[in-house]
Design a protein around this ligand. Sequence first.
Ligand SMILES: C[S@@+](CC[C@H](N)C(=O)[O-])C[C@H]1O[C@@H](n2cnc3c(N)ncnc32)[C@H](O)[C@@H]1O
Length: 428
Amino acid sequence: MEELLLRYDKEDENKRRFKSEPIELPRMMARQNLIYEYKNYTPKYGWMMMRDKLEELDKQGKLYFTKNGKPRRKNFLDEYSGSEADNIWLDITPVGQNQSEIIGYPTQKPEALLERIIKMATNEGDTVLDCFMGGGTTIAVADKLKRKWIGIDQSVHAVSVSEMRLNMQQGKAIGKTQDMFATPFVKKLYKYDYDMLRYKDAFQFETWIVEQFGGVANTKQRGDLGLDGYIKQPNLAGFENLQGLRTPIQVKRSDNIGRNVIDNFKSACERFDKLAYEKNKAENKPVGFIIAFSFGKGAVQEVARLKNDEKVIIKLLTVEEIVPIAKKPNLRVEMEAPQPPKGGETPEGVTINFVATAESEVGIEFFSWDFHYNGVDFTPEIMLDKAGKQSHQFKAGHHKIAVKVVDGEGLENVEVIDLKINGVVQRS
Ligand SMILES: C[S@@+](CC[C@H](N)C(=O)[O-])C[C@H]1O[C@@H](n2cnc3c(N)ncnc32)[C@H](O)[C@@H]1O
């Protein structure tokens, strides 16, 4: 819009904005029959139109006379119906220059950009899907434009930021009047299996949990001062070119986080980013975060002592405070003793009945069965078995059967059965 106002730089007596454009032909297009005098001016190579058209324009008040008395055509902004968008959009400014929109998400896109895309591609009531939601710009704009939406992100941090943003937009933030017509939405968080996290590769786990917390993970395996990442504080307006202050994060997998871990961490924080340390301390904010599955008494006491004696806050966070954790369903698969075929094993083999039973606090969704499991890829023949009961015929030989159960929160458990069939059925 600003660019348009620059181009339509004049105003007529009725305050209508317009720009003036030439109505004289250039030399290379000279037309003898269009060279005529109009209001004391005769163009050298001719007008762009016949006299009657020129008079018509004048009657409509659409001629503009320069200081030298040269007529030009007025093009009014309110009659401009726009132009087709090009494949490079320069009229939308990045969020960095539009401070009011900033939510602190690193790759945030401007709302005006998403507004254009959503309006181009959808109508009110349509559904917009963003499966890499990040700071939630797309879904927030979709919501404003009365579209239905689904937002997905692997990061709990991204989901929380988007949720807060929508709540603010819909007026659910404290101190705001709630928008009675706002469409309610639900947040569904995937739960993480405790054992899976606990025994995941250490470096992968550290990177992952730092990112879930909204931090930047250390990319080097041997991190700076044993730190695993940091939270970047947004820059102050006017200091955008400086690297933001960094508050360190350390991830510990052991259960015995004692006093010494806290003291070492405190001095690492001091050295990592002195400015951030001093600023956090002065503002009574944590100078660093330690993430672990649990903390020992020594650690908790030392954190309390540092706070009282030295006014230094170190925040202890359990993994469970960052990501929702659940126990995966338990699973047991029983076999019904096969009926011994009359007269010994038939060439077609034996039919075995399986019964799978599973328990989970949130209920069981279904079972899947792979009767030819290769030990690596689970490729089930039966995908959706609600009852957990199957019969299958086996020939003599070795067989691996994998049974998977999925619970109401999407957590899984698998049991693998090894069978040896040779006249008799043996399960090892
Ligand atoms: C570049 S950000 C999106 C920023 C967003 N356009 C905005 O304006 O705020 C990309 C997001 O994709 C998420 N992501 C990356 N891989 C993913 C995956 N496999 N499944 C779901 N989300 C994923 C990241 O967590 C990150 O939040």
